[in-house]
Design a protein around this ligand. Sequence first.
Ligand code: PEP
Length: 271
Amino acid sequence: MTTSNNRIPLIAGNWKMNTTPEEGHALATAILDGISAKDVGFSASRCDIGFYPPATSLAFIAGLCAEFEGCKVYVGAQNMHAEESGAFTGELSSAMVLACGSDSVLLGHSERRHIFNETDTEIGAKMKTAVEAGLTAVLCVGEKIEERDAGNTMEVVNRQLEAGIEGLTEAAQLEKVIVAYEPVWAIGTGRTATPEQAQEVHGAIREQLGAAFEKRGAEVGAREDIRILYGGSVKPDNASELLSQTDIDGALVGGASLDAASFLGICEGCG
Ligand code: PEP
């Protein structure tokens, strides 16, 4: 299915610090097999999928997915550094991510922001490097529970979005961005935003993207082509309702992406 705006939904799995290369290979194989198998009733045009494995598995998983024809598969890193090379022990550069056969990167995930203290400015610099390198950058934004309770959700999300795309000065660069709205209080907690809560924020993000396109000399309507994913305890039993919202164009999935049946069940929620 496509949305009313012809945005193909994307169901992306963030495996976090889980899976050895062998375990990741088995997981990805089971998912790709599920998509290929006619008996799950999966339509290839229903959605794109994405795998964001640990860096140690990136090349292995990208190789596995390279020849897959059942649907578009993004394979990406969970983070990268803004600099191209240098004395940054433990970090990955955009060139390394690309050399793994990967075409994407997650940036600004709440665990990077709140456990590893990444700032809006650092995430903006990474976004610029990633997009300039040709990667599809998934910019994660989302408020903490105290920020929502204080009525500051949109202020936080707008600030994170603005800082994340600030360095992308051309409309064509913005087109390489996927936004993931992930309320921090819903990540890994089993507590999901209601479809209405999520839609409200997604709609506001799309408005802001329209203004960003205009500022870069493009038509405001270009915002309709940008995918905005929802993330936060998405499961097969809540996916369909979330994904039916006008501005929800897929899901970024943590826990449930580690089980092939659950991941496929979420894909089925695309229609
Ligand atoms: C995530 O980590 O991006 C996420 C959404 O996790 P979970 O699905 O487990 O809430």
